[in-house]
Write a protein that binds this ligand. Sequence first.
Ligand code: IPM
Ligand code: MG
Length: 370
Amino acid sequence: MSSKAFNVAAMAGDGIGPEVMREAIKVLRVVGQKFSLTFHLTEAPVGWAGIDAAGKALPDDTLALCKKSDCILFGSVGLPDRDPTIPKEERPERAALLRLRKEFGLFANLRPVKLYKELSHACPLRDDRQGNGIDIMVVRELTGGMYFGQPKKTEEVSPGVQRAIDTMVYTTPEIERIAHVAFRSAQHRRKKVTSIDKANVLENGVLWRDVVTKVSKQYPDVALEHMFVDNGAMQLMLRPTQFDVMLCENMFGDILSDEAAALAGSLGMLPSASLGVTAGERTFGFYEPAGGTAPDITGKNLANPIAQILSAALMLRHSFGENAAAASIEAAVGKAIASGLRTGDIFNPADPAAKKTGTREMGDAIAAAI
Ligand code: IPM
Ligand code: MG
């Protein structure tokens, strides 16, 4: 049987990144055999690992590898304890993560939030608020808004008085393209988009609402509703089951996606995809777990590898169009959870079926369930 081959830059980064990446690679190897896919995985340092190896959070060789790869499978970067040792512009969040988003035009960030019914104990909401399950796709704009708008600076306006300036900027095309991503995503789901803005206060909010409404006319099968961001934050806590796709600008999406993630019981369950424009058949993508580096549990075989493994599934779907292979990973994760295996973050001592397990063992179980 002929085998399709893909070049993947595997950048584990800091903290628990290397441990969870190892499990994702383990699972990819098994999926590759089953579906006749060859993954050429090349590892490269990023984050503090990049600083230690080559003096920069995004070493030149790492960036060069990204450029010649089909996509990036990313772990996580950032070690707050070490931050005071270097200027803020050189820290991994800005110098590696934000830089890569901009460099590769990764404007569309997809964060699927799903509460597995077996994990309802880990959700902070009462059972009756969980309804028949929480399943939300947060579509976050990732290369505009306050993260990147200029001017962005801190200046001294008079002796001893500093002024910090961040600028929120969006153009019509930037809003249009992320709106299309949200509507297309909803077409494959429950056909509803809730667009988040602050149109009662911000110029950006008025434009956002206007442009999203216009784009919606091209998707008559999808229902659109608008919601102010403060109400959106509250509705997530009160009635999260009303949401299908939440469409957010960069900063609101950053905040609401963490809030939504808490509903899934643990950040360790949440994968993400950051996509650029599609060229020909392929979409360059960047796939990472939402959870961060978790320095407190690093190196102890305690981290939940599921977010990293599900990020590899998103990679198969969005960059390679290998939907069956992606679905097989997602099903295997479901089986591991149904079997009672739980890393510490999702363990419920009151559940007699729950078996506490480690990072490696969870990865083994998911690989075996492929
Ligand atoms: C995220 C993170 C990043 C962001 C940080 C680490 C720069 O919180 O991906 O949500 O704010 O975008
Ligand atoms: Mg965030």
